[in-house]
Design a protein around this ligand. Structure first.
Ligand code: 6PG
Length: 225
């Protein structure tokens, strides 16, 4: 993806970034529901998106038309505090009347191989997403795609065995699957991400730069430039 297709947005505060991100999600939801009757959203893990999910709790929308997926998951027991899905449920999904069948959690409690196999089956029934949310790690990883690895882009969901960010066992959507979306939005906060942003802006091949989008990739930044 050429750098021209990446749109960098700097925010003066975390609050303003979170508000803008929530508004972007809602705007895309409204247009997707209007044009195709549903909104297919992929959630980012980690801690940065938590306040955005909390803001979404109070949005007035038809939650029955939302379909929620996860870009990656840690292979921990269902409900484990360190799971990305647990954070999303506690901040948002437990507080809205979204049908349980509209939330497509990754069955990571089954382990990387079985969980990835089943999530591939889930994703094989799903077309392009409307919005993919992603975070960025200090080492420029995104989802559970870490530097120095290669990935089978013929698969939608990948078994990860050696994640340097604990836990090592994970499941991640592939770069190709994360790129099958009308919109991609990264949420990046914290000075510790500056090196990764510098690499990205220099055109280095980092995991984050393997995720592309025909409509361009947006990167919302706070405390990093
Ligand atoms: C994970 C996430 C990961 C995360 C980044 C940023 O499972 O750890 O999917 O890709 O988005 O590490 O994490 P923070 O938002 O906590 O900085």
């Amino acid at each position: 993806m050429n750098l021209k297709q990446i749109k960098w947005h700097s925010f003066e505060s975390q609050v303003s970034l979170d508000q803008a991100a929530m508004e972007r999600v809602v705007a895309l939801a409204e247009s997707s529901i209007k044009t195709r009757g549903q909104f297919h959203l992929v959630l980012a893990g980690g801690s940065t998106p938590k306040n955005v999910y909390t803001l979404l709790k109070n949005v007035k929308t038809d939650w029955h038309k939302w379909q929620v997926y996860f870009g990656d998951e840690r292979c921990l027991d269902s409900g484990h505090q360190d799971r990305n899905s647990t954070m999303a449920f506690e901040a948002w999904l437990n507080h809205i009347d979204i049908p349980v069948q509209n939330i497509h959690a990754i069955p990571a409690e089954l382990g990387p191989v079985e969980g990835a196999y089943l999530y591939n089956q889930t994703l094989s029934q799903v077309g392009d997403f409307d919005l993919v949310l992603l975070g960025l790690g200090e080492d420029a990883h995104t989802a559970s795609l870490f530097p120095g690895r290669s990935w089978d882009n013929n698969l939608d969901a990948l078994a990860i065995f050696d994640a340097p960010k604990p836990p090592p066992l994970r499941i991640s959507m592939s770069p190709a699957r994360l790129s099958r979306s009308k919109s991609v939005l990264f949420l990046v906060s914290g000075k510790e991400k500056q090196t990764a942003i510098n690499q990205w802006k220099a055109g280095d091949l980092i995991p984050a730069s393997t995720v592309t989008c025909n409509n361009g990739v947006d990167v919302f930044c706070f405390n990093v430039s």
